[in-house]
Design a protein. Sequence first.
Length: 454
Amino acid sequence: MSLLVVGLSHRSAPVSILERAALAADTQAKLLQDTLAAEPAAEGTVLATCNRIELYADVDKFHAGVAELSTLLAQHSGVGLDELTPYLYVHYEDRAVHHLFSVACGLDSMVVGEGQILGQIKDALALGQELHTAGRLLNDLFQQALRVGKRAHSETGIDRAGQSLVTFGLEQLADGTDGSDVDTWAKGKKALVIGAGSMSSLAAATLARSGVSEIVVANRTLARAERLAQILNEPGGTGVAAHAVEMVAVGDELTRADVVVSCTGATGLVLTGDDIETAVQGRRTPLALLDLAMPRDIDAAAHRIPGVRLVDIESLAEASADAPMAADVDQVRGIVSDEVAAFGAAQRAAHITPTVVALRTMAADVVAGEVARLEGRLPGLDDKQRAEITQTVRRVVDKLLHAPTVRVKQLASEPGGAGYADALRTLFDLDPETVASVSRADLNDADVKNRGRV
């Protein structure tokens, strides 16, 4: 396994750098295509969220891989390599697996324990599959990361260690107000949600459960905004009144809203300082703004406007630095360590499987050849005799190969066991092309199977 991850996150880089390095969807696709075109990488995928950008690849050379992936991230993010390099981190092989599993469990999130990252990991895998850049290693890795994340949430109380970024942001807005509890603070308020993606949908649902009286959804594609409003209005829901508007109506809705949550994929500001200052002129109630976008949707100048409170990714990062860690975090770390060991063992065992299959194929060919030679020397054998002799020879070969092949798989699954496949090929003089053909067949089968999972 030659897994390499190069990336930056809220833990390694200031928000100003993360904001500039944010990758649009089409840029992510081009980055992956260029990654596979680069010599050291055989497969790759990118995990891009509001507070992290990570490029995963299977490489054949570590130093060349780090240099190439770092250069590609700089080229596609638009941040110069010299400026970006101090904020990049690198993980390789088991450490890279440990990192992704920790991310999947929410241990590396801005708000520890948040579950939103699982959907983002799923999206990263789906993109790699769609572009045919994720091969067997990354398919196995990301599928396992999803299972590890789900296990952490189901077997521990990691959810108590933190909340979603949305909930944490609303808590920051409510903190210090007359009702510091989010439900008390939100009750009866009018909310404007800008964007209709997964984070905006989560924000709308959270606001509805918190007791706001009205939610207006604005999006560049009106149909998506209408779909989200329809879901919020479904019978048996929270009872919130929701409707959709086009983006051109945001200015008018801003004057009516008490709380605004924005999370779009826009590359420029959605709400400027002038927009906000105009909206609050003459109003008696404060305006609460939550910006979950990267790059930011709301002008940072809003901090300085009287009657406006803005919580954005940068302020969330500062607040979460002092957030208490639940005891369940230690349990999740134990799960991650166990799963990393299991994944490494499975990958090492899988590495030797094509060699074992090639060995058994060669043995079957030898049996077939010897039986054919015997038939030429003893033409008087009837069908029953021929079948009995063939079965006896096969049993002898199977018994001779059983113990060594089982043992070599066990040895290969242990750390440092990669050399056993080479030893097996040398001892039995196996044709390298036969082994390679088995590997290609396994890869194609795994690719088809994994595409059905996401």
